[in-house]
Write a protein that binds this ligand. Structure first.
Ligand SMILES: Nc1ncnc2c1ncn2[C@@H]1O[C@H](COP(=O)(O)OP(=O)(O)OP(=O)(O)O)[C@@H](O)[C@H]1O
Ligand SMILES: O=P(O)(O)OC[C@H]1O[C@](O)(CO)[C@@H](O)[C@@H]1O
Ligand SMILES: [Mg+2]
Length: 344
């Protein structure tokens, strides 16, 4: 059996508070316990395609657990894009650097690529990241707690100004396919309506909740996930990002004027955007990310190729990437029903 001595690590997809803590955990345990050397792959899979790789010694990860972003850089470039060379190119670059295995830290797309590389025989393990908390096969991903904390603090601040002016406030948070950030920050912040991609809601219902909150003497607070789709209305999103995905952000700006017109309540809109992904991770995310990093190098040494580390209850386990990338973890109906009792 291959005993890895040189391990490459990359971070891919959108950045997320806690990525550096994963890198530190893996490198420190790899150095102290297993005596392996690390290679830092720059900007996710781009570094493998372009051969942009450098040594990542232990002293380079000092103090990293509290640092936001990723010291390795990240991108949405994949090895299976046209002209990128696929698994053959990845294998060639690994051989040039005598790299025995790869730790890939990323979201559903990155882990899908890791699975495809593994299917072609490349020794790789995954670490799940995303502020959206949309990965199945793990209870939580790091970054989510930080994003919810930032959103909740923002909601608390927006509330005092909204109350002073008796205004309605619409707060747009991230959540491309799922509404976990909106659900948790909305619950924590006492929102009068929480709008998520999983639950289409009509404008009539949204305005009814706003009216009801105002009638009780409250400044109505609406928390909306960027991927929310109002029932019976198409929001045209024709702008695409560099990778052909709809550029989200803007549903709040779309909702605000309609609420103002239909309810007569002066309405302001705040889109939190990338604030939710920046800055230092919370202590919860630092601990989870560090534990994921420690478990990732264990998985490499145990040759758990094609697996990712995962949180189950309070334990860190490994699960096959095939299971982890099958379905997105959306907000179940019961969680939305539970929250909806408090709307209006
Ligand atoms: N099914 C796929 N086949 C080939 N390449 C893929 C596939 N899915 C994703 N990729 C590649 O992997 C990259 C990383 O995926 P993506 O940009 O979705 O980030 P992610 O890891 O899912 O993180 P985030 O949560 O920020 O989206 C994609 O930009 C693309 O280049
Ligand atoms: O930073 P970018 O590339 O605009 O990506 C934004 C997307 O990334 C995420 O933050 C994480 O997947 C989503 O919530 C959001 O839609
Ligand atoms: Mg993705």
């Amino acid at each position: 059996m291959l005993v890895p001595v040189r391990v490459g690590i990359l971070t891919s997809g959108g950045d997320c508070p806690g990525l550096n803590a994963v890198i530190r955990g893996a490198v420190m345990k790899g150095d102290r316990i297993y005596g392996v050397e690390f290679l830092g792959i720059r900007d996710g899979f781009r570094g493998l395609v372009d051969d942009d790789i450098r040594p990542l010694p232990r002293h380079d990860v000092r103090g990293l657990s509290r640092q936001g972003g990723t010291i390795l850089g990240t991108s949405r470039i994949g090895p299976f894009a046209e002209g990128a060379g696929g698994s053959a190119r990845v294998r060639e670059v690994m051989e040039r650097h005598e790299m025995d295995a790869i730790i890939a830290v990323g979201g559903e797309g990155t882990l899908t690529v890791a699975r495809m590389l593994n299917d072609d025989g490349i020794p790789i393990v995954g670490v799940p990241k995303t502020i959206d908390n949309d990965l199945s096969a793990t209870d939580y991903t790091f970054g989510f707690d930080t994003a919810v904390s930032i959103a909740t603090e923002s909601i608390d601040r927006l509330r005092t100004t909204a109350e002073s002016h008796s205004r309605c406030m619409v707060v747009e948070v991230m959540g491309r396919h799922v509404g976990w950030i909106a659900l948790h920050s909305g619950l924590a912040g006492g929102a009068h309506a929480i709008l998520i991609p999983e639950q289409p809601v009509s404008m009539e219902q949204i305005c009814a909740w706003v009216d009801a909150a105002r009638d009780r003497g409250r400044a109505p607070l609406v928390v909306v996930a960027e991927g929310f789709k109002p029932e019976g209305t198409e929001i045209v999103r024709d702008a695409l990002d560099g990778f052909g995905r709809p550029r989200l952000g803007g549903v709040g700006e779309w909702l605000g004027p309609i609420i103002e017109e239909q309810t007569g309540i002066e309405t302001r809109v705040m889109t939190l955007g990338h604030l939710q992904r920046g800055g230092v991770p919370t202590s919860y995310d630092r601990v989870l990310a560090t534990r994921f990093g420690l478990a990732a190098i264990d998985a490499v040494m145990d040759a758990k190729w094609g697996h990712m580390v995962s949180l189950r209850g309070i334990d860190i386990e490994t699960v096959p990437l095939h299971d982890a990338t099958r379905d997105l973890k959306s907000v179940p109906q019961s969680r939305w029903d539970e929250a909806a009792v408090l709307f209006g």
